[in-house]
Design a protein around this ligand. Structure first.
Ligand SMILES: CC(C)(COP(=O)(O)OP(=O)(O)OC[C@H]1O[C@@H](n2cnc3c(N)ncnc32)[C@H](O)[C@@H]1OP(=O)(O)O)[C@@H](O)C(=O)NCCC(=O)NCCS
Length: 139
């Protein structure tokens, strides 16, 4: 059975020629930055405030990304601490716009919610989230 995506589709973008390494494949750092952007959207929605990346674990580059691939990033909150959240992030591509979907990378990003002074601040209980934010988060 084909592997299924985990989490919500958070961002979509197209890999462009400027994003390639000297071998012509898309640079891993570009893919990582797309995952960080998506995880940041997910974390700040869950925290209802600014959140910063504090660690990235288990980053796997499973398949290359090619110019013209549509990269979709899926996010899922898998753990909530006092001020931190772990977000499972997967990036999938559709090759040539209509091709089959393939998982290219995955990792666990940890974010910390920050208050207006830049200090760690508690992540609210899920029951206190506005409906739109709660709908997108399993935890
Ligand atoms: C995130 C940051 C504010 C945490 O500061 P801190 O003084 O370590 O804060 P605390 O000790 O109160 O820890 C806050 C939370 O972060 C977690 N944490 C802190 N450092 C961590 C690390 N290196 N790895 C994993 N988790 C970490 C703690 O476990 C804690 O989680 P909890 O509240 O859910 O239990 C600080 O490390 C920072 O500013 N880092 C840079 C973030 C950044 O700029 N990211 C973008 C990179 S370009």
């Amino acid at each position: 059975m084909a592997e299924e995506t985990k989490g919500r589709l958070t961002t979509r973008t197209m890999a462009m020629p400027a994003d390639t390494n000297p071998a012509g494949d898309v640079f891993g750092g570009w893919v990582l930055s797309q995952m960080d952007i998506a995880a940041g959207i997910c974390a700040s929605q869950r925290a209802q405030q600014r959140a910063v990346t504090v660690s990235v674990d288990g980053m796997s580059f499973i398949q290359p990304v090619k110019v013209g691939d549509i990269l979709g990033v899926y996010t899922d909150v898998v753990e909530v601490g006092r001020t931190s959240m772990k977000i499972h992030v997967e990036a999938w591509v559709r090759r040539g716009q209509i091709g089959s979907r393939e998982k290219v990378t995955e990792a666990i990003f940890k974010f910390v919610a920050l208050d207006q002074d830049g200090n760690p601040t508690p992540v609210p209980d899920k029951n206190d989230l506005p409906e739109y934010a709660a709908e997108d988060c399993s935890l």
